[in-house]
Design a protein around this ligand. Structure first.
Ligand SMILES: [Zn+2]
Length: 703
């Protein structure tokens, strides 16, 4: 969806008679909504950009002046606005808006901010109606977060992007391109990577000619993976300060050329407005609205392009932000750990209780918020419907809850029950030997005579070190139960993965290799292959399994005999090939076998159906009856597994069914909900343990 950053505070009130047309910020979304170009859901309200991100671009001293309103009179005069807390907040919000737009642009190709493009702001000062350089802040943020490697800033405001040029003068990863009036403000120009100065009175044809000459050349040479477009409309012939002679239609052609050229090269772009000072505000609004109208048409085209590459698309990434407060005192909580369960994605709250979780891949996750002195909370989040900001209230741990933990436990728990825990939680595969629990003392065991079962619990996180795969796993255990009669076990909890630091490149290589081995043929690998319709390519085969009991065996035998006879006598038979195959196989089963695998290979379409996109944009629904056998072609049963199961070594296979007759939602990253609706037998039931787990954001390196 086309996402547009806007907040009512963008239209900041100024002293009467001020020459800056603040009204435009209010009128642009109003006009777009009115004409039906956008719906309210296209708009989103950004939050305040935190200082820690601003500091990658701006000086601490300068930020302090903005926060404490201690800009001198002359500093304010240069900026052109009187300082106020509301003005500072507006700028923080606009800057965050441009950053948020980048995420949406990475996802959809384009996103726009109804303000911003404040290119006269320097690291240590503001001028020309610009306080914070939103594009510079966003560009530095993209680089820091690894979301872009080479950025192009296309600045077509009539005034030179002097602040931006200065900020990036020694940063090769950001290329600044500015086309501007040679004899216009700022009178002292900085040096952009490419400046195209324009003579007073430059007309539409000359203007577009220069642009069409330069932009494709830059793209060809630079090959940027992200672009910012500053679409100032002060190039218009009607503009009070512009001194150029570009028509309204020409301005629209400029936008169309920039956006289409970027679209052709599949370069995501964030657009911010920049200036515009035509005396009639209607002209300004009309010119800016043209940019949005073009973006919307362009967005529709991008959708079509994207859907063709869905399987190949680099992962769209999302971010989640919010604040954590004490539910009683409403005070911000510092240092609270938040993480997405089963991933290596997480963060902690800062001094003001804020958090940002970046680089969330598409999908559905459990967000876990935990702290020793507060009750753990979990919230389902779906990248298709992320809230703009989350406010989370944590309840202090009550005394009652602590008493439960203090209940008597088995003093020699580890000696008596530890092996069950190790076998069913950590696993028995070759990798398990290198996966150690570092704080066994936090686990308490309790045996129930009544149920002949063992429970394990812990108030603190279990900390495992998996030296085979290079992860530390912090596990918040909510339940572990092993039933000695049925030999069944159940556990649930929230693992957080933390990458270990390799000692040297050899160790790093070893981990990468082991991770890939662990991934190949795993349930995560299968679910991803199934979702993306690549079962065959990824080495999986899926067949229907029919379970057979003794009466069914007799029935099938009799039927097969009858059909064979009919076949021999050339009598007409009405039976499908599938059924005949089943009867034949069932009638030939030996005493120890109880299931029949049909020959026909099943495909994605046999078991997956799209979910109504209004409910969930990315999930697909998995439903089937009976059992499926999943075979992975490229791996054979490990010896440890064959030994336990007394199985002849073969290609690994696992059987799955849906015991509750309820299907699963599957996501592009291979996660599925809810795990308890999937019953697994065979290889996966032995393999899928803590020691073999990979975070769901794991991606194998391509060969
Ligand atoms: Zn301007």
């Amino acid at each position: 969806m086309l996402k547009i950053a806007f907040h009512p505070c963008y239209a900041h009130s100024l002293p009467e008679g001020h020459r800056f047309p603040m009204l435009k910020y209010e009128l642009i979304p109003e006009q777009l909504l009115h004409e039906g170009c956008i719906d309210p859901e296209n708009l989103f309200e950004p939050n305040y950009c935190p200082d820690e991100i601003l500091l990658w671009t701006h000086n601490a001293d300068y930020l302090e002046k903005l926060h404490n309103l201690t800009l001198s009179a002359s500093e304010q005069r240069k900026i052109g606005f009187p300082q106020s807390a509301a003005l500072t907040q507006r700028e923080l919000m606009i800057t965050q808006g441009t950053m948020d737009c980048c995420i949406y642009a990475l996802e959809h190709g384009i996103s726009l901010n109804v303000a911003g493009g404040t290119h006269h702001a320097f690291a240590d000062r503001g001028e020309g109606f610009c306080l914070l350089n939103d594009m510079a802040v966003a560009a530095n943020w993209l680089l820091k977060k690894g979301l872009a490697k080479q950025i192009l800033i296309i600045d077509l405001d009539v005034h030179q992007g002097n602040g931006t040029a200065k900020i990036f003068e020694s940063e090769n990863r950001v290329f600044t391109f500015s086309m501007h009036g040679a004899h216009n403000y700022p009178f002292h120009k900085e040096q952009s990577n490419l400046d195209v100065p324009l003579l007073d009175g430059t007309n539409t044809a000359t203007y577009l000619g220069l642009l069409k000459e330069q932009l494709p050349k830059i793209l060809e040479e630079l090959k940027p993976d992200f672009a910012f477009y500053l679409s100032g409309v002060d190039i218009l012939e009607t503009d009070k300060f512009g001194k150029l002679k570009v028509t309204l239609e020409g301005c629209k052609q400029r936008d169309a050329f920039v956006l289409e050229t970027l679209k052709d090269k599949a370069i995501p772009v964030t657009v911010a407005l920049g200036g515009g000072y035509s005396p009639d505000v209607k002209t300004i609004v009309e010119a800016h609205c043209n940019t949005f109208r073009l973006a919307k048409d362009l967005f529709l085209m991008l959708l079509i392009i994207c859907s063709c590459f869905l399987n190949l698309s680099a992962q769209a990434q999302f971010s989640l932000r919010g604040t954590v407060l004490d539910s009683i005192s409403k005070q911000p909580l510092v240092g609270i750990n938040l993480f997405l369960s089963h991933t290596s994605i997480g963060t902690t709250t800062d001094q003001s209780g804020h958090f940002i979780i970046d680089r969330i891949p598409q999908g559905k996750f459990e967000l876990v918020i935990s702290s020793l002195n507060y009750e753990t909370r979990t919230i389902s989040i779906n990248t298709g419907q992320l809230p703009a900001s989350l406010q989370l209230l944590l309840k202090p741990t009550s005394n009652e809850l602590q008493e439960v933990i203090v209940e008597p436990y088995d003093e020699d728990g580890w000696d008596r029950w530890g092996r069950y825990f190790n076998a069913h939680f950590i696993g028995n595969s070759a990798l398990a030997a290198d996966c150690k629990l570092l704080n066994p003392e936090v686990i308490k065991f309790r045996y129930s005579r009544k149920f002949n079962s063992i429970r394990a619990f812990s108030r603190e996180k279990l900390i495992f070190e998996n030296k085979a795969l290079g992860y530390q796993i912090q596990y918040l255990l909510t339940k572990f139960e092993y039933n000695l009669d049925e030999r069944s076990f159940f556990y649930s909890g929230y693992p957080q993965f933390v990458e270990m630091q390799p000692k040297n490149t050899d160790e790093k290589k070893r981990w990468d290799k082991k991770r890939k081995e662990a991934y190949q043929g795993s349930i995560m690998h299968f679910m991803r292959a199934l979702y993306h319709d690549k079962l065959e390519q990824e080495g999986f085969e899926m067949h229907q399994m029919l379970k057979v009991d003794y009466p069914e065996y007799k029935r099938a035998s009799n039927l097969f005999k009858a059909y064979s006879k009919a076949l021999k006598n050339k009598e007409p038979i009405t039976i499908s090939k599938d059924s005949l195959e089943y009867y034949k196989k069932a009638s030939k089963l030996g005493a120890n076998e109880y299931s029949v695998m049909l020959d026909q290979i099943m495909t994605k379409d046999d078991v997956l159906a799209p979910i109504d996109t209004s409910i969930d944009a990315t999930a697909q629904f998995m439903g089937f009856t009976g059992w499926l056998r999943i075979t992975y072609q490229h791996k054979r049963d490990p010896i440890e597994y064959a030994r336990i199961t007394l199985k002849r070594i073969d290609r690994i296979n696992s059987d799955i069914n849906l015991p509750n007759k309820i299907g699963l939602s599957i996501y592009p990253n291979g996660t599925y909900f809810y795990g308890y609706n999937l019953f697994i037998e065979g290889y996966w039931s032995w393999w899928e343990k803590l020691s073999t787990h990979l975070p769901t954001n794991y991606q194998p390196e391509l060969p």
